[in-house]
Design a protein around this ligand. Structure first.
Ligand SMILES: [Zn+2]
Length: 153
């Protein structure tokens, strides 16, 4: 954690671990979710095509018949010197035009003096835990977002 986020205090690291533990606890008894990190993104890596992710979790809840439902919690770079915590529900696209996937519910908390990283991460972890406690299925999320359902043939 301190390699990824050198500015964190010991108390901050403890807070991040507790928030991550809360997510792990809701996953207990199922396939443990893998936390991933990118040390090469600890410092702002420059403008890239995709948002540079420093640390996070991607829980794939359903992946049958080409369908997909993912829950994400990520610490990302927004700009040099500015981090954000992103949480998202992502579903496979079944539109006539293939968009691959859609984010159907998202939360972005930009890290600043009022919302330090541990607070933003905790808020993201709370949101993710809520989703994971009541995950529904991908069709539920698509219906909520007004997206077409999967064709059953
Ligand atoms: Zn689509």
């Amino acid at each position: 954690m301190t390699a990824l986020f050198p500015f964190l205090t010991a108390a901050d690291v403890k807070s991040l671990r507790q928030a991550a533990g809360m997510v792990d606890a809701v996953r207990a008894g199922r396939t443990p979710a893998d936390w991933e990190w990118a040390l090469q993104h600890a410092a702002f890596p420059g403008t890239q095509q995709s948002t540079p992710i420093i640390f996070g979790l991607d829980v794939i809840q359903h992946a049958e018949g080409g369908d997909q439902l993912e829950f994400l919690l990520q610490v990302v770079w927004v700009d040099p010197g500015r981090l954000a915590v992103d949480a998202a529900v992502n579903v496979a696209c079944w539109c006539e035009t293939d968009h691959a996937t859609h984010d159907v519910d998202t939360l972005r908390l930009v890290v600043d003096e009022e919302t330090p990283l541990p607070a933003a991460f905790l808020a993201g972890a709370v949101r993710l835990t809520g989703w994971l406690t009541d995950p529904h299925d991908a069709d539920h999320w698509r219906a909520t977002a007004g997206l077409p359902s999967r064709m059953i043939d």
